[in-house]
Design a protein around this ligand. Structure first.
Ligand code: HEM
Length: 66
């Protein structure tokens, strides 16, 4: 809905596709821990629904996307 199909992003919503595992892992962990709060609450509410294992799996998946 937000990052669009293939996670290619749109306007102010960042592209995620092919992002480095370490970067995505850190951002999702920071959103979940509220160490990153510049998202107007969008990602904070999403990240709190993600388990630590989800964050690992999604970060690997995103790194495989073109
Ligand atoms: C499981 C689903 C999602 C994942 C894995 C995800 C992942 C991410 C990541 C890794 C970033 C940081 C990107 C960067 O720093 O380059 C980000 C930023 C962002 N995401 Fe998501 N996202 C998800 C769902 C959503 C949804 C549903 C919305 C809208 C309601 C959303 C809106 C945003 C926005 C607005 C930003 C930019 C925050 C800023 O201004 O820096 N995301 N997302």
């Amino acid at each position: 809905m937000c990052h669009l199909g293939g996670l290619k992003g749109q306007n102010e919503i960042p592209r995620l596709a092919n992002q480095h595992y370490d970067y995505t892992f850190k951002q999702l962990t920071d959103f979940k821990a509220r160490n990153r709060t510049n998202d107007a609450g969008n990602m904070t509410s999403v990240a709190k629904t993600l388990s630590d294992e989800d964050i690992i799996n999604i970060s690997h998946y995103i790194a495989t996307l073109d």
